[in-house]
Design a protein around this ligand. Structure first.
Ligand code: FE2
Length: 306
């Protein structure tokens, strides 16, 4: 599942190598971050200061609002510096993807760039918010309507690996657990993923409100996003799934390495690690070269009974 792109491989890359690997459900791994990371001074600052200030799960830069959430208690100078750091990381990741995975960035939506300042092991968060339980991501920023959730991670802990677990990719997980999770596809036919008039009315209203207050986008929904949320919750709420050894793999990401995945595709949990950047974007399903492997089309196919 790990597909390693070292410096040499990056120099001999074809335009679709990285995006194809992601679509097939690989964790695209860079032993050394190909994206410039903040200066030693900046890293020291965010490692030292942010855990103290943390009220939210993460400290996140939201480009649609051009502001950092989670820093309301910080003094303005510190807040401005943290914002500058997160914006630079976000821009550097976008520049890298534009150059090395151009298919992904066509009409994409750049989302948050976060810093995870707290040790992930033993955070005792509510199950649905916990990173320690294996899950697929669902409904980033309200509704994706089948578009893909792409996440790029950089471990900036100088000493400690970031450790992940997976239990496989969406196609095989759906095969094994889709019925048990009661995802409602049996005999659902062609309308399974079709938005109802109520969905359209809600999306219209949310779009209108979000034009003034962008964060209200999270209120949007669609049949696809509801099914993915249900599957996400099933995984986190089912101890027998969490204990399943079939398909279980663990990865260690060393200090200053980077990796990226379609997190709607690759099941994942963060078992331990502290101090990572996480950049989220939404990639249109239309950009995919292997659309039959995308969760939206797997679900559609199952509803058609073939
Ligand atoms: Fe996740």
């Amino acid at each position: 599942m790990l597909d390693t792109f070292d410096t040499d491989r990056l120099q001999h890359l074809q335009a679709d190598d990285i995006s194809d690997s992601l679509e097939r459900g690989s964790v695209v791994f860079f032993p050394q971050s190909p994206v410039p990371i903040p200066s030693a001074d900046d890293l020291l600052l965010i490692r030292r200061e942010l855990p103290e200030l943390l009220r939210l799960k993460n400290i996140s830069y939201h480009p649609e609002a051009d502001r950092v959430r989670g820093l309301d208690e910080a003094d303005p100078e510190l807040a401005a510096r943290v914002k500058r750091i997160l914006v630079e990381v976000s821009n550097n990741i976008a520049d890298f993807l534009t150059a090395y995975a151009p298919r992904l960035v066509d009409n994409w939506t750049v989302g948050t760039c976060s810093f995870r300042p707290i040790e992930e092991q033993g955070r005792k968060l509510d199950a649905h918010a916990s990173n320690e339980l294996v899950h697929i991501d669902a409904g980033a920023y309200g509704a994706t309507n089948g578009d893909r959730i792409l996440r790029f991670f950089i471990n900036v802990n100088p000493d400690e690996d970031r450790v992940w677990a997976t239990k496989g990719n969406f196609p095989e997980l759906f095969n094994s657990y889709g019925a048990r999770a009661q995802l409602g596809y049996a005999n659902a036919g062609d309308n399974y993923m079709t938005k109802s008039p109520l969905d359209h009315a809600r999306s219209g209203l949310v779009n209108m409100l979000a034009a003034a207050v962008p964060v209200l986008k999270v209120l949007d929904s669609s049949p696809y996003d509801r099914v993915m949320r249900k599957f996400h919750n099933y995984m986190k709420d089912t101890p027998s799934f969490q204990q399943e050894t079939q398909g279980h793999e663990e990865f260690r990401f060393p200090p200053f390495s980077a990796w990226m995945v379609f997190t709607d595709m690759v099941s994942h949990a963060c078992l331990s690690g502290q101090h990572a950047f996480v950049h989220t974007s939404i990639v249109p399903l239309n950009n995919c070269r292997l659309p039959d492997m995308a969760p939206m089309n797997i679900l559609r196919q199952a509803a058609r009974g073939s």
